[in-house]
Design a protein around this ligand. Structure first.
Ligand code: GUN
Length: 290
């Protein structure tokens, strides 16, 4: 039976650490402020941004969600984004994705200044992990950062391990591949066109599933004698409308060593990483001004 690697106990330590750092920043005259831009009424985005705001307030930071109507003009959207980018009271800034179709061509990751880029999507932050940073210098994309935190907290050694990442998105798969490489894992990045995915997964020590398909990965992808570690990035709904991951948890439970649950796993870590990025961005900005 697998051990469930949950976010809650890790969360407690990180919340305490961030709350203390936030109090120190406040004492020195700066309350970390996160500015969110939200366009339209996409319901998961409404929930995610509200959870992000609640978390920032819990650690003592402030957070404003700037809501724009779904049919906002490109001109108005860019004008507001530039205003926040140039506002010295904004320490962290991100645009909640997805954007409505008429704005989706905009590369918002490059429009947010890299030093406020708490999403870690700016080319300068992505280049840092391309160049070998493990998150010491750069603001690192939140979900991969949260997964590394989970693996470290569970004392899972990455050096020399075979890691398989399924999904090649810019938000999760590709930065995850780079971070794992920087921690000396040997990484295979798989995707929808990968041939013989089951065989590739059977050979892995660690599998990170970021596919976006409910209960996609079952025990036919595993080798029980390898004591594999399974990280589930998915947030989907099953046929009964219940939240589930990309991994069929019932199917794999007796076939792996460690498994992250959904809910209560990676999703929660993503918000913790956002908090860490906000505090880091604020600290860097203050250091710069000194
Ligand atoms: N939508 C879903 N995940 C994310 C994320 O990590 N950042 C932003 N900006 N939007 C998202």
């Amino acid at each position: 039976m697998a051990t469930l690697l949950r976010a809650a106990p890790i969360s407690q330590r990180i919340v305490e650490d961030l709350t203390q750092k936030c109090a120190e920043l406040k004492k020195s005259g700066t309350t970390p402020h996160l500015q969110v831009m939200l366009v339209g009424e996409h319901s998961p985005s409404l929930i995610y941004t509200s959870n992000k705001k609640k978390f920032m307030e819990k650690i003592g930071a402030t957070c404003d969600i700037h809501k724009l109507p779904a049919d906002v003009s490109e001109e108005e959207f860019i004008r507001d984004l530039k205003r926040f980018a140039n506002d010295k009271n904004v320490n962290g800034l991100f645009v909640q994705l997805p954007l409505p179709k008429h704005l989706s061509h905009l590369d918002v990751g490059q429009m947010v200044p890299y030093e406020k880029d708490v999403d870690g999507f700016h080319a300068q932050n992505l280049y840092a992990i391309m160049a070998g940073d493990t998150g010491q210098k750069a603001l690192v994309p939140c979900t991969p950062k949260g997964i590394i935190t989970m693996l470290k907290e569970a004392n899972i050694e990455l050096e020399g391990k075979k890691a398989v990442v399924i999904g090649r998105s810019m938000i999760v798969g590709k930065p995850m591949m780079l971070l794992l490489t920087n921690f000396n894992a040997t990484v295979t990045l798989c995707h929808s066109r990968t041939k013989d995915l089951q065989r590739v997964c059977q050979d892995a020590d660690i599998i990170i599933a970021a596919i976006g398909r409910a209960k996609f990965l079952d025990n036919s992808f595993l080798s029980p004698q390898k004591n594999q570690i399974l990280i589930d990035v998915g947030i989907n709904h099953d046929e009964n409308g219940n939240v589930c991951g990309d991994i069929d948890q019932d199917s794999v439970m007796d076939f792996c060593e460690i498994l992250t649950p959904v809910p209560g796993g990676v999703g929660k870590m993503t918000i913790l990483s956002l908090g860490e990025n906000l505090i880091k961005a604020t600290e860097n900005q203050i250091g710069k001004l000194k």
